[in-house]
Every structure is written in structure tokens, then in C-alpha cells.
Design a protein around this ligand. Structure first.
Ligand code: MN
Length: 338
């Protein structure tokens, strides 16, 4: 997916400080509706980054869309410095990218695109046969920031059609990334993180890595934790230092768990780029805009490459998403509050 925010603000993410991320807590960070551009705008709730909470581990972006009958149609757009993690909950999404991928991802399957120095991709809902109604569409898209030593690597894409499951006291989980309860996902990652889709009801106890900070996003149902209720919508930030997660859930509760070692590098996020400096992000933007002028063979060799299937003869799928203008103010750091 793309950050289709009409006027994206920059998010400068200071490293997790010595005083930050220390110890267990429960903070509830509200989701926000992001005004999206385009004629077929989607309904997206963003819970990361937040002012004061830019990252959880290396997770730096969390968007939820649906459930509704809006067909995703996201034209080619670029990324740098991150992995996109796509987790459909309902509906099928066709992903095409500049490393040659053309795949459909379905609920239970995971798409991971590692942008490295630069990649471009498109995402479209798989439409039903003519005359049939589009099934409900729902999903999550997350970004993981790449650490300094990996962020200029060549782009790559992988799809995992079967992920490991694990069950424990009052819960079952699909391990998307990292390890939970001794079960590890095969997905490629570059910093210690975890991501899991968890179903539970009643009392549940999940083991956690106490070196990680964690966050949870309730998808269905609701749960009580540390004497507070969490319902679908906001992000619960759990801090570090928890050996386990003890909760009481309504029957049929489902939630996303993300976590990781507090990320120690300052990030500068703007639009679809995760970088470190104003100049670098400015260059990334210029490189995308410059590609608009190139003939196809040259586009394929340029920084962000060519996403097949979006040429002038592609009908509704012709085109690309232009970069928004940079803000008039220079991108400057912002404090992390936890
Ligand atoms: Mn994208």
C-alpha cells in the first residue's frame, strides 16, 4: 500500500532513549483516519507512527483498512529503507513490483517486500466476475524500518503461503514474523522483532520476550489487560520488560501483536520513504519524479525500476502515483515520549 496522505507530514523518529521504553506500561494511542487522495479512496485507520510513539521495535507504520467493499487500487509508487508487510484479513490482493513479482495474497498469507535502496509496486483488489458484488475487503499493512547496515541493500520480495501456528494457555497464534512461544516464522527480518495474529477467548497467557517493547491492536472482540479495556480501534502500547501477556478476552477475540527491541536509530519518515536525513529523502523524491519522464527500458534500469502492467495500454491501471510536494519547512527531529 502507499501512504496516500494528500499532504504527508514528516515523522522524525528519535531513537528509543535510555529513559524511554523502560518497563511495562499500558498506553492507549488512538487511531486516526488519514485523508486519502485518489478517486477510489480507501478507508484507512493509522495507529503508527504517532506523535510521541514513532516505532515499536522496528515497526514504524500500521494501517488498517476495511471491512468495506472499497476495492484497493494503488498504482505504482516507490519505497526506500523499509519492508512492507501485507496481511489481508478478507479479500485477495494482487501485488506487482519492480523486482518482477506478480502474485495474489490471501488471508493467512504474508507478503513481505524489502525496499532497500529503492523499489516500486502496485496493489489491486482481485475483482469478482462481472455482475458479482465485491466481497468484503479488510487488511493490515505494516512497515518495518531497516537498520543502517541493511537499508541500502537490493530490493527483494517474498511470499509465505503457510505460516507456523502455535497454541498455548487460552490462545492460538499465527506467527507472521519472528518467534512466539518457541515457534519461528520463516519470514526474512533484519532486526529482532515479532508479529503475530492471535485468537483467544477467556483468560489467556502469552509468553513475551522481556527485551522487546510490544503493542497490540484488537481486530475483533475485546480484551481486558492491566485493569483496562482494549477494543478495536486504538493501539495498546505495552512497554518493555514483560515476561508474559495476561489478558481476559471476550469469546472470538482476535488481535495483532507486534514487538521488537527498541529501535536505536533516528528515522526520518516522509511519504513512502524511511530515511535518515532531509537530503536523502529529498533525493528519493526527486528520483521518483525523474522516472516519470523516462521511456520504459530506461525506467526498468532506474532506481525504482518498472512495475509491469501499468503502461499506457493498461486502462484503469495505467499510470503511477506522483510524489506530493515536500513540506515548505525543513524536516526536523521530534521527541519520543515513551
Ligand atoms: Mn506501498
Amino acid at each position: 500500500m502507499t501512504n496516500l496522505d494528500i499532504s504527508p507530514q514528516h515523522e522524525v523518529c528519535p531513537p528509543a532513549g535510555a529513559e524511554g521504553s523502560a518497563g511495562p506500561c499500558l498506553q492507549v494511542w488512538p487511531e486516526r483516519e488519514v485523508p486519502l487522495g485518489g478517486v477510489r479512496a480507501m478507508n484507512v485507520q493509522r495507529t503508527l507512527p504517532q506523535r510521541g510513539l514513532p516505532t515499536i521495535g522496528a515497526w514504524c507504520f500500521l494501517d488498517s483498512f476495511g471491512p468495506d467493499r472499497t476495492a484497493m487500487s494503488v498504482l505504482p509508487h516507490p519505497h526506500i529503507g523499509l519492508q512492507t508487510v501485507t496481511w489481508p484479513l478478507a479479500g485477495h490482493i494482487r501485488h506487482r513490483d519492480s523486482v518482477g513479482s506478480d502474485v495474489v495474497v490471501r488471508p493467512g498469507e504474508l507478503n513481505i517486500m524489502t525496499a532497500g535502496r529503492g523499489v516500486s509496486h502496485s496493489e489491486f483488489a482481485v475483482l469478482p466476475p462481472a455482475g458479482e458484488e465485491l466481497p468484503l475487503q479488510r487488511g493490515l499493512q505494516l512497515w518495518v524500518a531497516l537498520p543502517e547496515g541493511e537499508r541500502h541493500r537490493q530490493p527483494a520480495f517474498e511470499q509465505h503461503r503457510q505460516l507456523p501456528q502455535v497454541g498455548g494457555e487460552g490462545y492460538t497464534a499465527t506467527v507472521m514474523m519472528g518467534e512466539l512461544a518457541g515457534v519461528a516464522s520463516p519470514a526474512t527480518m533484519f532486526t529482532p522483532i515479532v508479529g503475530a495474529d492471535i485468537s483467544c477467548g477467556g483468560a489467556a497467557v502469552l509468553p513475551l520476550n522481556p527485551d522487546f517493547e510490544h503493542g497490540i491492536l484488537v481486530l475483533d472482540g475485546g480484551l481486558a489487560l492491566d485493569g483496562q479495556k482494549l477494543l478495536p480501534g486504538p493501539l495498546g502500547y505495552l512497554g518493555t520488560g514483560r515476561q508474559d501477556l495476561r489478558l481476559e478476552a471476550r469469546p472470538g477475540t482476535r488481535f495483532l501483536l507486534i514487538g521488537g527491541e527498541p529501535f536505536q536509530e533516528e528515522l526520518l519518515m516522509w511519504w513512502n520513504f524511511v530515511g535518515r536525513t532531509h537530503e536523502e529523502v529529498e533525493q528519493a523524491r526527486e528520483d521518483w519524479e525523474a522516472q516519470a519522464e523516462l521511456p520504459e527500458p530506461e525506467t526498468a534500469a532506474a532506481r525504482y525500476g518498472l512495475v509491469p502492467g501499468h503502461g499506457q495500454d493498461a486502462g484503469a491501471e495505467a499510470g503511477r502515483i506522483p510524489a506530493p510536494p515536500l513540506p515548505a519547512v525543513r524536516l526536523t527531529p521530534r521527541k519520543r515520549a515513551v
